[in-house]
Design a protein around this ligand. Structure first.
Ligand code: NAD
Ligand SMILES: O=C(O)C(=O)C[C@@H](O)[C@H](O)[C@H](O)COP(=O)(O)O
Ligand code: ZN
Length: 368
């Protein structure tokens, strides 16, 4: 059985996210239905070794001429160097404007392949086949594509919506538990933003998902995609409400950049810690009851995710973090923009966060 969730809003061509089992094997028929001249897979070395042949064979069986280019696994591949390498491969293989890029992998592959598709011959179609929980619940939906630079996270990118998203729950069976938990952070984030009942379900009946239980994972993927689809349908380019999806990210991206995007924190772990900090900051400013910040932190910690700077084996300087936060894409003028909360399930955007108040908070949190 599959569940199909529409992503639509008028600002872009509508598409569907299909969630189910056995979708890697069905990829050929799904992609062929979009009638490309050919299909070219972009993946990472780890995913290609596990799932690449299943998808390649399915595309070939559907009559599509195909090939594959791989990048090294990990965040470092969201770089100009790998973007150039992928684009060069697409050119060398003679793809045309009606060719389809197939992003097979986690968020790194989806963001990189999506940006390559946005740039290749000024834009070709692409399909997302997300193989991490994080990519299924978040990065494959909504059309944000990007690479990092040493100056910050996702600073070079484009909005380029996929034509279809195939989220195969069975693909998650090979995912290391750290990566399952990392994706769980973005699932928790969706509850924290706008669905308190979902957040509570994730900590109770749904908790087995954080350990990889496929039924709980499937429900978590479906509800997350419903939430994200509704928001990006309303606001594709983050003029307003879409910024809520950035809860935890102003802190999280600053931590990731300070760690030079190494393996100390995954993106999901940085987001988990960032969400807990955003709730504590909100409570400190009197915007949210302390009990709600504790509720948020308890739910995140119960899933085995970090909630305190002291959980990270690395020291952080408050001024360096603030400089990173000031370079965030949401920042306007000299004030910081943060996603804050009134309660679990009730996030809002504050475009007027004072850097000195933030500095005092970061020092309380353990930054130097
Ligand atoms: N575009 C968006 O809206 C959006 C949203 C959230 C996150 N992101 C981005 O996504 C990235 C993080 O994505 P991620 O957490 O998926 O990381 P990732 O793509 O690096 O994948 C994590 C690891 O899991 C491996 N892997 C992937 N699928 C596997 C499978 N089925 N079995 C075994 N191993 C597998 C990968 O090789 C990699 O080593 C970050 O760069 C983040 O900025 C983008
Ligand atoms: O889709 C969105 O919008 C999000 O903010 C989802 C985030 O989880 C994701 O990490 C996104 O890539 C962050 O976007 P950015 O604009 O802050 O780079
Ligand atoms: Zn994220």
């Amino acid at each position: 059985m599959t569940t199909t969730i529409p992503v639509a809003g008028g600002a872009f061509a509508p598409y569907e996210v299909v969630v189910g089992r056995g979708l890697l094997k069905a990829a050929g028929a799904e992609v062929a239905a979009l009638k490309p001249t050919r299909a070219f897979i972009v993946s990472d070395e780890t995913v290609a070794a596990i799932h690449g042949e299943t998808v390649r064979a399915s595309l070939a069986a559907a009559g599509l001429a195909t090939g594959i280019v791989t990048v090294p696994a990990g965040e470092a591949s969201k770089s100009f160097e790998q973007l150039e390498a992928v684009l060069d491969r697409l050119l060398a293989k003679g793809l045309d404007r009606k060719s389809m890029v197939v992003a097979l992998g986690g968020g790194v592959v989806g963001d990189l392949a999506g940006l390559a598709a946005a740039l290749f011959m000024r834009g070709v179609d692409f399909v997302q086949i997300p193989t991490t929980l994080l990519a299924q619940v978040d990065s494959s939906v909504g059309g944000k594509t990007a690479i990092d630079t040493p100056r910050g996270k996702n600073l070079i990118g484009a909005f380029h919506q996929p034509r279809r998203v195939l989220a195969d729950i069975e693909a998650l069976a090979t995912l290391p538990v750290r990566q399952v938990r990392s994706g769980w952070a973005e699932v928790l984030k969706h509850g924290l933003i706008c669905d308190a009942a979902f957040f509570d379900w994730l900590g109770n009946e749904g908790a087995a998902g954080a350990q990889g239980d496929p039924d709980a994972l499937e429900r978590a993927v479906i509800r997350s995609v419903e939430i994200k689809a509704r928001i990006v349908g309303e606001d594709e380019k983050e003029a307003g409400r879409r910024a809520l999806l950035n809860l935890g990210h102003t802190f999280g991206h600053a931590l990731e950049a300070e760690l030079a995007f190494d393996e100390t924190l995954t993106h999901g772990e940085a987001v988990a810690l960032g969400c807990a900090m955003a709730f504590r900051y909100s409570a400190r400013q009197g915007l949210c009851p302390a009990a709600e910040a504790e509720r948020a932190e308890a739910g995140i910690r119960a899933a085995g995710l970090p909630t305190r700077l002291s959980d990270v084996e690395h020291g952080f300087a408050a001024d360096a973090l603030i400089a990173r936060m000031a370079g965030d894409k949401k920042a306007e003028g000299r004030r910081l923009t943060l996603i804050l909360a009134r309660a679990v399930g009730d996030a809002f955007t504050d475009k007027n966060v004072d850097a000195e108040t933030m500095r005092a908070f970061l020092i309380e949190e353990g930054a130097a």
